[in-house]
Ligand binder design. Structure first.
Ligand SMILES: NC(=O)c1ccc[n+]([C@@H]2O[C@H](COP(=O)([O-])OP(=O)(O)OC[C@H]3O[C@@H](n4cnc5c(N)ncnc54)[C@H](OP(=O)(O)O)[C@@H]3O)[C@@H](O)[C@H]2O)c1
Length: 353
């Protein structure tokens, strides 16, 4: 299989390359694409953990190339993580040239001809693809993985989500900004002016993730959480309300979800359901300070769920604390799982021809 990775130098793209190697993804050739700025740069296609300095025998160096019409022919699969503008222009071109695109940006997620797929939740939607498959928003991804078993067992009327999102969700520049600001605060230097976020992020919490569009009083991230949750679960009748906050954490988004079910569901029943659910690990012994934290989940593919408890204000409401690695299960791992499913189910264009 010939695979293009578009945005290969970025936070998600480099994680996708690592996840492909870890999972033994059956690619015969991988071509990394990025912007003109990175052309000629070599990047490791390696099984080593990120940051390891010792090379393994299986390591390969890949040379980054720029996008061009001539350069996109002959791919079976294209994994995109280069932002919405690049996906808007280039995903249809790759699809027309014969590849199936798995896109991490928000460009195609709500398009009615594009399946929005979480591997553990709605893999069958892949069968309707027309050349582009969308990977959901990271916060939505980890939340629906916990919601799906609850929906199947007891139905869901309404979900109220409050998120605490890591800076790596914005990309590498935001990670650098938090680092520089934290260093300045600790060393009592003058703080560099915020460039990525509208306010200082170090030692602060910002009730704004992404932007407010056209006078809307919800942010674009909050709108994504609300719309994408319904599309992935295939239930337009579920009420969803979201408040998204950015916190000074490098990796790992945390979500507090208040879930109102249709049928009664006890916290114990919910714990049992989630313990059996694919992709979920229940960590829930609060008396012993056992609950999921962002640091626990960084580098893992499972979504961790804890603090499962009855909402004292409503007999059919439960509260859950859901934590996921935004770069791995929230983006790269799911994209690679979707690619694996396309391959094994014979849904790559070449296999279908
Ligand atoms: N970070 C997350 O947790 C997360 C989660 C889910 C989805 N996403 C989505 O994934 C996408 C990438 O996010 P990221 O965090 O990886 O961003 P990032 O670290 O800023 O990386 C962006 C990548 O896109 C490339 N790129 C930019 N402009 C390009 C162009 N005109 N042509 C070709 N390549 C171009 C960059 O190449 P250069 O290095 O050459 O600039 C880089 O490889 C975004 O759409 C984001 O919304 C991110």
């Amino acid at each position: 299989m010939r695979v293009a990775v578009v945005g290969a130098t970025g936070a998600v793209g480099s994680t996708m390359l690592g996840v492909m190697r870890e999972r033994g993804f059956p690619a015969e050739e991988v071509i990394p694409f990025a912007s003109e700025r990175s052309v000629g740069r070599t990047i490791a296609y390696s099984e080593r953990p990120a940051g390891a300095s010792v090379r393994s025998p299986g390591d390969t160096d890949l040379t980054v190339v720029a996008l061009s019409q001539d350069g996109i022919e002959g791919f079976d699969l294209a994994l995109f993580s280069a932002g919405s503008a690049t996906s808007k222009e280039w995903a249809p071109r790759f699809a027309d040239a014969g590849a199936v695109v798995v896109d991490n940006s928000s460009q195609w997620r709500m398009h009615e001809d594009v399946p929005l797929v979480v591997a553990e939740v709605n893999a069958d939607a892949l069968h309707d693809h027309r050349g582009i498959v969308a990977n959901p928003n990271c916060t939505t991804m980890q939340t629906v993985i916990a919601l799906k078993p609850i929906l199947d067992a007891a139905g869901i009327e309404r979900v109220v989500m409050s998120t605490y999102q890591a800076v790596s969700g914005t990309g590498q520049r935001a990670v650098d900004e938090l680092h520089r600001q934290a260093e300045a605060v600790i060393e009592a230097h003058e703080l560099p002016a915020p460039a990525v976020y509208p306010h200082q992020i170090a030692f602060n919490v910002l009730p704004q993730v992404e932007t407010f569009k056209d006078g809307d009083d919800y942010t674009t991230e909050e709108r994504k959480c609300m719309r994408e949750t319904r599309k992935i679960l295939g239930r337009e009748d579920i009420g969803v309300s979201a408040t998204c906050a950015r916190v000074p954490v490098y990796t790992g988004h945390s979500v507090s979800a208040n879930v109102q079910t249709r049928e009664p569901l006890s916290p114990d029943e919910c714990r049992e359901l989630l313990a059996r659910a694919p992709g979920v690990v229940v960590v829930d012994d609060p008396g012993d300070a056992l609950y999921p934290t962002a640091i626990d989940v960084a580098g893992r593919d499972d979504v961790l769920v804890g603090r499962i408890r009855r909402d004292p204000s409503h007999e059919r409401c439960l509260n859950l604390w859901i934590v996921g690695d935004n770069l791995r299960k929230g983006a790269a791992t799911n994209a690679v799982q979707v690619a694996e499913l396309l391959n094994v189910r014979g849904l790559l264009r070449a296999a279908r021809a």
